[in-house]
Write a protein that binds this ligand. Structure first.
Ligand SMILES: NC(=O)c1ccc[n+]([C@@H]2O[C@H](COP(=O)([O-])OP(=O)(O)OC[C@H]3O[C@@H](n4cnc5c(N)ncnc54)[C@H](O)[C@@H]3O)[C@@H](O)[C@H]2O)c1
Length: 474
């Protein structure tokens, strides 16, 4: 559904009215218009800084250069010496940042993996504070922290955790100009996998992801580093449930854009819409209700006979049947629980018995409603929180088999589901986030595609919120 306020506010007349009345002025976000390039940061300047004790600088610098960025340094920052040493070791030329009147680079990466204690956090302040007024629209800020358990000291763990509050607050400040700020937490084995995560978090693919904390650690058994983000899903087979429309259709499109062959599943009543979504993608439609008792077996045999199994499974099909619990009939409880949660478990149980290929990656669609809870959504929120627990628990089993599972929790996304909301609720739902607008199905699809791809090799068992930093459950 069209966001008329966003259209109005981005017209010259709307801008002047909004600024004189002090109304929110959301910036129209820049989203990806094509697949990942081999060097998605080619032509982009990235300012890289590090704290004086940072331990991931070499890997981060190499990743930015491999992604094509021209790397700039802040001339008078405490972490300059280790950064210069890493650049010299790798034979990388660093540019010096322009003066105080120049715009700041649109990508800022701060390696804060060495902060320990309150005093060393001042380095983060010193880097960002003087630059924020000059930050261009649509900028990407990525801060890297060491996982608290791996800092080796109480002071380190404290400082690492302090960075979450810093980044979440910074995201609320920079959202006004359509920029994002996110924190990547590096586990003991995470440094080697930082490149893929940086490709996503520094680019247009993460336009609606802000204020989030994601851990990057070791990859599942047998997974190799990616050479290039370009066409990273070429040759892969991806299943998407609920693919006929809305978020599921966008997921199918973005997976196909990155090279995957998509098998889309939806209810038999949606067969026409499913075919219309999949035909331009050269995908395969499967008119099958996820709750059909025969669905796990039919899907598994279809995948095995046609493709020898699937590399990617996205559990997107989902419904709401909202009622206050006191008024909720048992069939509304049962239906939501079965479609949104029961079916996922049954289908995966079957697919895990021989219908998944090596290094398969699974993604489940959760919801911020499952994190914050919503009056009238006890059934829905239970399923969406269940999905988060499921991904967390199953990830540990799958990692040993070389596979991974993660979840994506959408916020307010412009789809038929949200178009059906009462108008006042819809308008509030759109604005209560740091970017002051609803997301698009593409935003969820980009995050799912990242998690389904080798770019996210070091990400397992996690839930990534794609919500513009919605205030619900934040
Ligand atoms: N739209 C949002 O703002 C939002 C927010 C949070 C989470 N989500 C989640 O994202 C997912 C997609 O939502 P959407 O907004 O695109 O919804 P939608 O209603 O537009 O599309 C859902 C699709 O799932 C299919 N589906 C429903 N029941 C099915 C079944 N039993 N078997 C097979 N297919 C079935 C539908 O036919 C439809 O094509 C859902 O899991 C939803 O809970 C959406």
């Amino acid at each position: 559904m069209q966001d008329r306020y966003l259209d109005f506010i981005n017209s010259p007349f709307g801008k002047s009215i909004a600024s004189s009345l002090g109304l929110p002025m959301p910036v129209r976000l820049k989203r990806a218009t094509a697949g990942y390039a081999a060097q998605p940061l080619a032509g982009v300047t990235a300012l890289l800084a590090a704290d004086a004790e940072a331990t991931a600088t070499g890997q981060v610098l190499a990743a930015l250069v491999e992604l094509g960025a021209a790397v700039q340094i802040a001339p008078a920052h405490p972490g300059l010496a280790p950064l210069k040493a890493a650049a010299q070791k790798a034979g990388i030329a660093l540019q010096s940042e322009g003066g105080d009147s120049e715009p700041v680079a649109p990508v800022i990466v701060f390696d804060a993996t060495g902060v320990s204690g309150a005093a060393s956090l001042k380095q983060v302040y010193e880097l960002f504070q003087p630059r924020l007024r000059r930050l261009p629209k649509h900028s990407r800020v990525v801060v890297l922290a060491r996982a608290t358990a791996d800092t080796g000291s109480v002071e380190g763990a404290t400082a690492s955790m302090a960075l979450t509050g810093f980044v979440r607050s910074l995201a609320k400040e920079v959202g006004k100009n359509g920029s994002t700020a996110n924190l990547l937490v590096l586990g003991k084995n995470g440094d080697a996998w930082v490149k893929g995560a940086l490709a996503f978090f520094t680019g247009a693919n993460s336009a609606y992801v802000t204020g989030q904390v994601l851990t990057v650690d070791g990859a599942p058994k047998g997974v190799k580093a990616i050479a290039s983000p370009e066409a990273s899903l070429a040759g892969k087979v991806a299943v998407v449930t609920g693919a006929a429309r809305g978020i599921g259709a966008a997921i199918a499109q973005v997976l196909a854009r990155e090279g995957a062959t998509v098998v889309g599943m939806d209810r038999p009543a949606e067969e026409g819409a499913l075919g219309a979504t999949l035909a331009p993608l050269n995908g395969v439609g499967l008119a099958l209700d996820v709750t059909d008792p025969k669905a796990p077996e039919r899907l598994a045999s279809e995948l095995i006979s046609r493709f020898g199994g699937a590399d990617i499974v996205v559990h997107n099909a989902g419904v709401t049947r909202d009622k206050m619990l006191r008024n909720m009939a048992p069939h509304l409880w049962d239906m939501v629980l079965d479609i949104n949660l029961g079916a996922i478990l049954r289908i995966n149980d079957r697919l895990l018995q021989g219908a998944l290929k090596d290094q398969a990656r699974l993604v489940c669609i959760s919801s911020i409603g499952g994190i914050g809870g919503n009056a009238g959504q006890t059934n829905y929120a239970a399923t969406k929180a269940g999905v988060i627990g499921y991904a967390e628990a199953l990830s540990q089993v799958l990692a040993k088999q070389g596979m991974a599972i993660n979840a994506v929790a959408p916020g307010f996304i412009e789809t038929q589901m949200t178009a059906a909301m009462p108008a006042a609720n819809r308008e509030v739902g759109r604005r209560i986030n740091s970017l002051a607008q609803g997301g698009l199905p593409q935003d969820i699809a980009e995050a799912v595609t990242f998690l389904a791809s080798p770019l996210a090799a070091g990400v397992n068992g996690q839930t990534l919120r794609v919500c513009g930093q919605n205030w619900l459950g934040a």
